[in-house]
Design a binder for this molecule. Structure first.
Ligand code: ATP
Length: 289
């Protein structure tokens, strides 16, 4: 028996860090949305009691470091599952890119194994389990658009943002999220207007969405990797309506309303960057079918 699950990437329309908590985590406020750029997870029942990861991507670990492995392991332990699973991961989401690829693979594995192993859990229960794996996993369990607070695991659903194109470009570098947070000086950041972003999404006001984007991690990553700033400049010059780095980077995305400009930005960036995508936002939350 096999279950196929889609694991979409996310972008941060805004990312704010409020303070560092006594437990070492940062208190964040993030508006996130899933996009139509996805890994494919294939889960196959295994009679032997073990978890096997299969992936052709050399940047993806095939052992317990893989977040999809950790998701399967957590469910096995918590619900005393004696069966095993082969987790096939077909990567499309660039790795260590600020697009939560690993977290989304873990979330898709939770949703898929819930079905394969007949666990009968709902999305809220899977999201609570997801938080034990990583701060972005809870959001990825639901997908859609949401405000994430706490260390990222408290999720409040928002409506789908106004329709537009998302053009993403990732330079040939990987960024360590932990390193970016280490270098962040929380007392000196310029906070993005999160409330304006939420009201823009609620009103469906594309211009206000564009004027409210912001990411406090951007300056840190830009100071480490000047090529990220160059991509931002290129996108602006080609006519993007808004340009922002996602997560801790290095992926930069533009919001673009008109098809012709989307093509101009996409083609312009392809000569400059190894991974470029033009996709739509998904809008809707996942369902358990
Ligand atoms: P985030 O935005 O949540 O910090 P990211 O998009 O920047 O995540 P990932 O693509 O999740 O980064 O990869 C970060 C690291 O996680 C990789 O270097 C890789 O070693 C490890 N990893 C573990 N599981 C996976 C997975 N299933 N896919 C990709 N990377 C994984």
């Amino acid at each position: 028996m096999k279950v196929l699950v889609k694991a979409p990437a996310k972008i941060n329309l805004s990312l704010d860090v409020l303070h560092k908590r006594p437990d070492g985590y940062h208190e964040v406020e993030m508006v996130m949305t899933t996009i139509d750029l996805a890994d494919r997870i294939e889960l196959s029942l295994l009679d032997e009691d073990r978890i096997v990861i299969q992936s052709h991507n050399r940047f993806v670990p095939d052992d317990q470091r893989n977040l999809a492995y950790q998701a399967a392991h957590l469910l096995k332990e918590r619900f005393q599952v004696k069966k095993g699973v082969v987790i096939g991961i077909e990567k499309t989401i660039p790795v260590a890119a600020g697009l939560a690829g690993g977290s989304s693979d873990a979330a898709a594995t939770l949703r898929g194994l819930n079905k394969l192993w007949n666990l009968g859990l709902n999305l809220d229960e899977l999201a609570v389990l997801g938080a034990e794996i990583g701060s972005d996993v809870s959001f990825c369990v639901y997908g859609g658009t949401a405000l994430a607070t706490g260390r990222g695991e408290i999720i409040k659903q928002l409506p789908a943002p106004p329709t537009c194109w998302i053009v993403l470009a990732k330079p040939f570098i990987g960024v360590s999220t932990a390193e970016v947070y280490r270098r962040l000086n929380v007392d000196k950041v310029q906070h993005p207007p999160t409330k304006e972003m939420i009201s823009a999404i609620e009103k469906g006001d594309f211009n206000q969405v564009c004027s409210s984007v912001g990411n406090v991690l951007e300056d840190v990553t830009l100071s480490l990797y000047p090529e990220v700033a160059q991509i931002k400049d290129q996108m602006k010059r080609f006519g993007a309506d808004a340009v922002l780095m996602s997560g801790s980077g290095p992926t930069v995305f533009s919001l673009v309303e008109h098809d012709s400009r989307m093509h101009r930005i996409y083609n312009g960036l392809r000569g400059f960057c190894d991974q470029v995508f033009a996709v739509r936002m998904l809008g809707e939350r996942h369902t358990l079918d």
